[in-house]
Design a protein around this ligand. Structure first.
Ligand SMILES: N[C@@H](CCC(=O)N[C@@H](CS)C(=O)NCC(=O)O)C(=O)O
Length: 216
């Protein structure tokens, strides 16, 4: 039975692949697992039926038989554990790849999201001009460190893994900020991720949702 994931009926990013269902779609495409998508509106996400799946009233969720998951990282991990292709077989290499999954979501994503939220909702606040440089400084700190570690390698730890998949989607949240472009090896790393056929299929599918909604 194919799993069902949830995604925005109307994504605020207008199909740019920044919503977190993109990570799940990409992981499913990498491992060749077909899936269904249930689109939910902002209102529906906050209703009891959706909250039974996702306590915080968000997307994505993942349903497969009796199993219901939320949190994009947990869902990608579940997919990577069930299928070959996203985590190495060697136990230590696998643990390292999982470490990068946590690093993407726990260390790199928070300052990027903090900056993004400020740009989105604090522009008209008196403190915005003062706060933004501080938020960007925190992002640059992480990008500097990540850039040093990646060096001229293709992927963070040997072969492409779920750690790279999450890291690339996290870094893509900087699109339009100009920050990623300050680090040519990180820009190239994101471009390598985006060039993967599985990424492209996932991207096109989420874009088709936006295109259909805006032409309908
Ligand atoms: N940590 C969660 C974050 C989920 C999240 O923030 N989802 C966003 C879309 S990318 C959402 O549903 N936002 C609407 C809301 O919070 O009301 C994950 O990685 O799945």
């Amino acid at each position: 039975m194919s799993p069902t994931i949830t995604a925005f009926k109307s994504s605020p990013d207008r199909g740019k692949g920044l919503a977190r269902d993109m990570r799940v779609r990409w992981a499913l495409e990498e491992v060749g697992q077909p899936y269904d998508v249930r689109l939910v509106s902002f209102g529906e996400m906050k209703e009891a039926a959706h909250r039974a799946l996702h306590p915080f009233g968000q997307i994505p969720t993942y349903e497969e038989g009796d199993l219901a998951l939320f949190e994009s990282g947990a869902i990608v991990f579940h997919i990577a554990e069930r299928h070959a292709g996203l985590l190495p077989d060697d136990a230590n290499a696998r643990a390292r790849a999982i470490t990068w999954m946590f690093a993407a979501l726990g260390t790199v994503e928070p300052p990027i999201v903090d900056r993004g939220m400020a740009v989105l909702v604090e522009r008209d606040k008196t403190w915005y001009e003062e706060r933004l440089p501080m938020l960007e400084h925190r992002v640059r700190d992480r990008l500097n460190e990540l850039s040093s570690r990646l060096g001229d390698a293709d992927w963070l730890e040997g072969e492409f893994s779920a750690g790279d998949l999450l890291m690339v989607t996290v870094l893509r949240r900087l699109n339009g900020s100009g920050l990623l472009e300050e680090y040519p090896n990180l820009s190239a790393y994101v471009a390598r991720g985006e060039a993967r056929p599985a990424y492209k299929r996932a991207f096109d599918d989420q874009l088709a949702v936006f295109t259909a909604a805006s032409s309908g």
